[in-house]
Design a protein around this ligand. Sequence first.
Ligand SMILES: [Cu+2]
Length: 385
Amino acid sequence: MAAGLALASLGGVAGHAAQPASTPTSTPAAAPQAAAAPGGVSNTAPTTAAATPTANPSSPELAMDGAPAMTATPMIGQPTNGLYGLQPQVTKNGVFAHWMHNSILVPTITIISLFVLALLFWVSFRYRKARSPVASKTSHNTFIEIIWTLAPVVILVLIAVPSIGLLQAQFKPAPSGAVTLKAIGNQWYWTYQYPDNGGFEVTANMLKEKGDVAAGERARTDADGPKLLATDNRIVLPVGVPIRLITTANDVIHSWAVPAFWIKLDAIPGRLNETSFTIDKPGLYFGQCSELCGARHGYMPIAVEAVPPAQFAAWVRAKGGTMPTPGKASDKVIPQPGADGSAAKVEEAAETANATGPVENVTTTAPATTQGATSNPAGAGNAGQ
Ligand SMILES: [Cu+2]
């Protein structure tokens, strides 16, 4: 939270300084939100990160801050009205899981359900009172008991083999050369860092509907994506390159989930969770926070643009980042909440000083500011309702 506030205030200043007024970006929307931050009541982060020197991408096809050039493909990376089943998968684990769901689990469940239903019908008919007035006194049948014990065991073992392999694959560490994406959950938006690429930061807020935005604030258009899923800043990831996803949170537990990637990873304050995946197809993929995290839990979507590596490099440079030298670890240090000398630490110290009563353990002191839905500035939209 402290870091969010620090960024909010910094972002307001940097956003104004870095962008000319005529730039068609989402900055106008950020300004009023950032201005509310000093009061400690803004839940909405700046749409432009403080570490971003230029918000305008160099390549026109990556117009992340203006009208997006990449639009969603129907049925890909998003839910579709009237359809059921899983979204088409674009990662190896996703494809395998999708196959396992459709080819193993659903048929197994269907066969068992139909079999049990048929048995019920059969006993109801065959052993009805009219047909068998004298009830059977049979209480044991060893042969049948062995079958109904062994059959479920065999079925479960057959399911467990691919299932355990999939579970293992989902927690396979990323190989060297992976692009690291750090997703940080906040009430109620995501911030993203690219530690291997110069440590720039992208903040993604949900785009509100036309009727819900304040004057001058950017509203969602169909080009941005579906309602409740479109974000002001999309994150960009390369296709065919392993991604190391690291999640954490600044306030409460969130969960970074993109169905088309077969990824759902909890973002827990004070912890780093890690997984890896490789996106196989370019496209626009949407997801949502998937851990109940407060009043606006349903309003912190995820939008990922998967592009060829060269395009990703262009986007990184446009964001003020760098591409790492192959084989050489990044030496960039990104100030983290709680780190010595960081703005967050200074702010936390000030909060601690103001706190009443004994403070035994400073490091475990909860942030003094609350982010309750009730403390939103008036006119911040009705997203929380
Ligand atoms: Cu959340």
